[in-house]
Design a protein. Structure first.
Lengths: 413, 413
């Protein structure tokens, strides 16, 4: 049986970004930039006022104070978006709004709160300003021609703003991988059905699409296939229009499992069938034409854990991301944990913070059918193959699960 | 001037969750549950097999070993989703698939790999099993009637799976707040326009919608309003159909700012106009009928920082969340930072990890017009009003920004 790391290396060696599309800035959030973007203009385009106030020659204000104010003559009232018609001469000022171009002659701005207006043509300056005070310099945000953003950048709100201020309305990003999801098994029924005796409800058909969305990809539901070769083949063929096919169930050693046979029939090159881990030991990976196929185990927890470890990094790589793994934390065990030597075992843990230190313990029973153990979990404890016993007080590595930073105490800054 | 904490307390005291709607499970990801959910059935509904193998009476297997296998008679081959017709008698076994109900008489499952099939009617068991081995017990995931999820729970994939396995196709969640966004200023033009001299491009009209989406809310763009009272009033009236109105620009002290006047004309109860912080000192908050109005500063960085500190927590509370603030980290300063005493100042910082310890320094020039300082930032350094100098080697509190956990080194587990 291959190890978790070997399995993931094999998978990632088969993964390429899925391709590029042009989207407008409102569809660009969290997408990965597929082009280098250069500044097409200076930002700001000219020296402008950072405040509402008075554009002055700083030399005029050097003696200004509350007791000995300097009186300047207002030669123009300048709203934002307008340019001054005249130059600021000694003893003169232009009343200026935030963002308005600095009139020639002026080298600084006196803030409105440091000036007392006498009337429409005169203002008392009560504090000296130094040259450049409250100016925004031409090109201080970006200079025309300089590299603004590089391909591979994840577009957060600030990057989207940078593109906008650079007058870009469309941007080239990696497209969303489409992920076809198929639940298999004669015993599986969909939500909403009248439950027959011996049947269970398909939860993987809901957890997996949610995990696909959380990874920034587009789920396509193929529904549920009974364990017959023809049904499976038909469904899997539909899945070939996607970039990835995920099946759940039907990959263990039972004779009633038809997934292998159906994948073979479609000409899938299988890379492996089993990984030395718990939960999730039965895990299949292969490719059919340009589509990657993951045969996930049917147990609700096993399918989620194998998705986290193998499918999610592959999907992120397809999206053009370079950081493929969730960051991990270290926490101190509050209980002894026995594990199977020879397998990497992943326990569902909750995290507790005490005096800034992280502690952790299991979320109750860890059976791979117990979905609730995932719902209660802040993260997965990552163990090493060779370990047999993890002891109270030992530090373990934890991979936080989606949205699970809840253990961090909040500061109201 | 009021402090950041005072301002936020005032804001949050005006915020209530915006209301509840029923959505299907595919629209439920990251929504907040607005009802308590109880288990309507046992999960699993009956004792079933955790593995493919042979359902046995464990007592029959006690002497089994590779050298002295126990031969059992296969009385039935049981696919998942079917119930056994007969009881397992001593010396008998039922060939069983993962998920299939345990036949009466049997108390455990021998895994297929611990059994050697002789023919259709006989199998050699080569390892003893204890009672309960590889059984999934009825109700081990959830017992009928027990509380499954409580109102206020954020729905992650595992919770959505729990709802599915509980046969819930619709669920009651808090609806998305609608947030109307208006940029103001005669100098502002939209992306894609031929730039006239003295004009600048509206980046807030792109960063703010992205931040609204990132907070799980629905942005409504009101576009750009010139600084005339009538235009502003008209646009703001359109915004009253939203739960929140965000304006940017036009809230500083200049006479050319019409936002105050327009808000007054709409009968807005203003709570405050200024907060002791940098960037973002001019910040207005009030309410018009049932709509909350935030007057954000026009500077790109100031509008983003004030959104993070004041608007985002309000939006999360409207979504029914209880954790309103981003978690914070502590990092060691790699440079001295001078700040204005009397104001809480927020610096854009990048984070660097060395030997598991976090270090931080500013992302270059911090002018509130320099959007790039946000694009380069992993987070915001939170300072205290009284501070004047932060010294190299000092620990500072950092609020990571959206998607900015990039500083965490990755482990390939």
């Amino acid at each position: 049986m291959i190890s978790v790391v070997e399995a993931r290396d094999i998978i990632l060696s088969h993964v390429r970004p899925v391709g590029v599309e042009k989207v407008d800035l409102f569809s660009a959030l969290d997408r990965v930039l597929a082009e280098d973007v250069e500044a097409t203009r200076n930002q700001p385009p000219w020296d402008n006022s950072a405040m509402d106030g008075y554009a002055v020659r700083s030399s005029d204000t050097q003696t200004a104070s509350e007791t000995t104010p300097v009186v300047l003559r207002i030669v123009e009232h300048l709203p934002a978006g307008k340019r001054a018609k005249q130059e600021v001469q000694p003893g003169q000022t232009v009343h200026i709004m935030t963002g308005a171009p600095i009139p020639s002659g002026a080298d600084s701005v006196v803030r409105a709160e440091d000036a007392i207006r006498v009337d429409d043509t005169r203002v008392r300056i009560v504090r000296p300003v130094s040259p450049g005070a409250d100016l925004r310099r031409v090109g201080e945000d970006m200079a025309k021609g300089e590299r603004l953003l590089s391909a591979g950048t994840v577009l957060r709100p600030a990057e989207i703003g940078l593109l906008a201020s650079n007058n870009r309305s469309m941007v080239s990003v990696y497209r969303h991988p489409r992920v076809a999801i198929l639940s298999t098994g004669d015993e599986i029924m969909d939500v909403g059905s009248e439950l027959e005796d011996g049947k269970i409800i398909d939860s993987n058909g809901y957890t997996l699409p949610a995990m696909v969305m959380e990874a920034g990809c587009e789920p396509i539901r193929l529904g549920i296939s009974p364990d017959t070769r023809t049904d499976l083949e038909k469904k899997l063929r539909e899945g070939l229009m996607a970039d990835v096919i995920l099946t759940s169930g039907g990959v263990s050693v039972g004779e009633f499992d038809f997934v292998k046979a159906a994948l073979d029939a479609l000409g899938t090159t299988m890379e492996f069938w089993k990984v030395a881990m718990t939960p999730g030991r039965p895990l299949a990976f292969g490719r059919i034409q340009d589509t990657l196929a993951f045969g996930l185990p049917g147990n609700p927890v096993a399918s989620m854990v194998t998705f986290e470890l193998f499918v999610r990094p592959a999907l992120l790589k397809m999206r053009g991301m370079s950081r493929l793994y969730r960051p991990t934390l270290r926490a101190t065990l509050m209980e002894d944990i026995r594990k199977m030597p020879g397998r990497k075992q992943f326990f569902r843990m909750c995290l507790i913070e005490r005096e800034g230190k992280l502690f952790t313990l299991r979320t109750g029973a860890q059976g791979s059918g117990i979905l609730r153990s995932m719902s209660l979990a802040d993260g997965l404890a990552i163990t090493h193959e060779h370990q047999e016993l993890l002891c109270t007080g030992e530090e373990v590595e934890i991979m936080p699960l989606g949205g699970a930073l809840s253990f961090w105490h909040e500061r109201s800054c």
